[in-house]
Ligand binder design. Structure first.
Ligand code: GLN
Length: 469
């Protein structure tokens, strides 16, 4: 069920918010034992909210599942980490406040890679999440629970966060829609920070229309997040069906080179042809600094993470080690015990690139290359309205397949990282399925990138490219 269909039924009196929630709870008990998308949910609390739901509001009565790094008052917020396993949020994130103001009901805490570091959800310290299309495979990550639940029909829609692809890549692997808004479009107040110059919150949904509905509710300025822009929020729904006739769509040659699975290439090229058949002009372009995106991101993101995660000291939040000999020992033991291996790797990497003597060689240089990557997009968007590419080089791999090889895992982020480095919006929409590495009919995603604050056009192109099932 989509948000838009359920809204019609709710308004027509054919269903109730409580019936929707009870239904979801039934689906969760039927299937989530296998999928493992939910870390927790509180049916009673949601039903209490449902009793007061205002059905005249745009998302009135619609439950939305929330990634476990977005604070919801009174609910757990583990970030997939032992460190925060017993943490209960003392406040609502701005996106939650806005969802509630639009009538929605936050329901469910979704599994993720620890502190959103990863692309498979295997870095969760709490549980495994499986891909509903093939339980032997990863759902992608880091918003793996948010994507898997929508694909498994145990959630109608969800929120995720995207620092380098964490909404788009799991959406691609699970065959759902995932939208990363422009930097500054959506407030991050109440999102547990990973890399503050890259993080964005966005929706994962069954349809492009549903993604537009949620973006409409959560976008807009916020005095509590100084990076959030006060720019007016356009109507994302009114032009959704305007089509792509006359639009110029860029195909970056660097995104179609070696290393792409042939099934991914075939499906993405078919989606491009379908847009051409609807009247879009397909324009070959170049984003020459693409090859440096992985190296740049994996300096800047860990640098910011090492700073952001210093707040987890065993004193203010979460885990506190027992029997410390002194304060330094308390910090060290709490962090040693609370953080998993990937988080430690990132903190060590980030601390190294920020340390005196290495700062200029790594961090400053990465910032310079980041500017070059952003300029690549500015040059491209002087010629084209949007850019089309794959989301990931291959469909979902098997669980356990890459866990000992972080570098291979980092390289698979190649097509999604640049949008975060440049601050532009990106969407992943399903564009067919393919067989891969023994798996059958695995989803493939098409990525569409647009200029900063170009979400309306992005959604309109996505709507035209959406495969009607
Ligand atoms: N896979 C990337 C990383 O591990 C991106 C994660 C994200 O977007 N949160 O950092």
């Amino acid at each position: 069920m989509t948000i838009s269909k359920l809204r019609q039924q709710l308004v027509a009196g054919e269903t109730t918010p409580a019936a929707i929630l009870n239904n979801l709870a039934g689906e969760i008990s039927a299937r989530d034992g296998q999928t493992g998308a939910y870390l927790s949910y509180n049916l009673e609390a949601a039903l209490a909210e449902a009793a007061n739901a205002d059905l005249s509001l745009p998302l009135g009565g619609i439950p939305i599942a929330i990634k476990d790094n977005i604070n919801v008052l009174g609910q757990p917020c583990t970030c997939g980490s032992k460190f925060l396993e017993n943490f209960i949020s003392p406040y609502d994130a701005t996106v939650i406040r806005k969802l509630r103001a639009a009538g929605a009901i936050p329901f469910g805490r979704m599994n993720q890679d620890e502190f959103a570091m990863g692309s498979s959800t295997e870095n969760s310290a709490l549980q495994i999440t499986r891909n509903p299309h093939d339980p032997a495979r990863i759902p992608g990550g880091s918003s793996g629970g948010s994507a898997a639940a929508v694909a498994d029909f145990t959630a109608i829609a969800s929120l995720g966060s995207d620092t380098g692809g964490s909404i788009r890549q799991p959406a691609s692997h699970c065959g759902v829609v995932g939208l990363k808004p422009s930097y500054g479009r959506v407030s991050r107040y109440g999102l547990v920070a990973f890399a503050s110059s890259l993080d964005q919150i966005g929706p994962l949904t069954q349809t492009v229309e549903d993604a537009a509905l949620i973006l409409q509710a959560i976008a807009g300025g916020d005095p509590l997040d100084s990076t959030c822009l006060d720019a007016p929020v356009p109507d994302y729904l009114s032009g959704l069906n305007d089509g792509v006739k006359g639009l110029k769509l860029g195909i970056p040659k660097e995104y179609f080179g070696e290393g792409i699975d042939p099934g991914v290439r075939k499906n993405v090229e078919a989606a491009i042809q379908a847009l051409a058949a609807q009247g879009a002009e397909i324009v070959p372009i170049s984003l020459p600094h693409t090859e440096h995106a992985v190296a740049t991101y994996y300096v800047i993101a860990p640098a910011e993470a090492s700073s952001n995660l210093s707040r987890f000291d065993g004193i203010r939040y979460g885990h506190r080690a027992a029997n410390p000999s002194d304060i330094l020992d308390l910090y060290q033991k709490s962090r040693e015990q609370g953080f998993g291996p990937e988080v430690k790797r990132r903190i060590i990497l980030g601390t190294y690139v920020l340390s005196s003597g290495y700062y200029d060689a790594y961090y400053t240089r990465a910032q310079k290359v980041r500017t070059l990557i952003r300029r690549d997009f500015e040059t491209a968007f002087a010629q084209v309205d949007a850019i089309l590419s794959p989301v990931a080089p291959s469909p979902a791999r098997k669980i356990g397949g890459s866990s000992n090889d972080p570098l291979h895992e980092y390289l698979s982020d190649i097509f999604t990282l640049a949008a975060n480095l440049a601050g532009i919006p990106g969407i992943s929409i399903p564009c067919g399925t393919t067989d891969f590495d023994g798996g059958k009919n695995l989803p493939v995603g098409l990525q569409i990138l647009a200029p900063h604050l170009g979400e309306a056009k992005l959604l309109r192109i996505a709507k035209a490219a959406e495969i009607k099932s």
